[in-house]
Design a protein around this ligand. Structure first.
Ligand SMILES: [Zn+2]
Length: 188
């Protein structure tokens, strides 16, 4: 299979999803924010440079195309019972992956402290790392340690191959992967 075909296959499996009844609980402004967030993540993840990288990674890991059913970019955040946010989730049984946003509260605080540019970088990096992480779960299932280690390695490969490295990239990257970061490595 050519890389282009693989790219299209992966890209076609991605969609933005929301449960409309849940949106009713939020204010218009909040819904607007989350919709913008989701569409930014969706565009970021579907960029040809990233799709090409993912195709290469899936091939290298021998993760078959049919192991993945779809990737949902969820509009609303997911909160675990312990209060921590969730970056992504992978159901290895049915091959469904979800990518979740940060809460509006977190985003506001981040923007106030670090500015809009750094926030935008953070959102893009978090979503890419989450998708790499969840795709690896398709193969390594519940071996969280292995998945985390490989996520870091593959993310580093992707970052190094970028033609114009983002100046915020390394600081935001270390924030996401640092063991004692505000958020753990995207996990499920
Ligand atoms: Zn995980």
């Amino acid at each position: 299979m050519s890389t282009l075909t693989e790219m299209r296959l992966l890209s076609n499996k991605m969609k933005i999803t929301v449960h409309p009844e849940k949106l009713e609980r939020f204010s218009k402004k909040r819904v607007g924010f989350y919709l913008k967030y989701a569409s930014f993540v969706f565009r970021t993840l579907r960029r040809p440079s990233f799709q090409e990288f993912l195709s290469w990674m899936l091939r290298k890991e021998n993760i078959e195309e049919n192991m993945l059913r779809d990737v949902e970019v969820r509009v609303l955040p997911f909160k675990k019972k312990n209060g921590n946010g969730l970056a992504g989730n992978c159901n290895t049984g049915n091959g469904k992956i979800q990518i979740y946003p940060r809460t509006l509260k977190f985003c506001r605080k981040f923007m106030e402290q670090s500015g809009r540019d750094r926030f935008t970088s953070y959102v893009g990096i978090r979503a890419r790392a989450a998708l790499i992480h969840e795709l690896l779960h398709l193969k390594y299932a519940s071996d969280e340690e292995k998945v985390r280690q490989l996520t870091q390695e593959y993310f580093a490969v992707f970052t190094q191959n970028r033609p114009t490295p983002n100046s915020h990239m390394s600081s935001v990257y270390s924030m996401i992967f640092k063991p004692k970061a505000t958020e753990n490595t995207p996990a499920c």
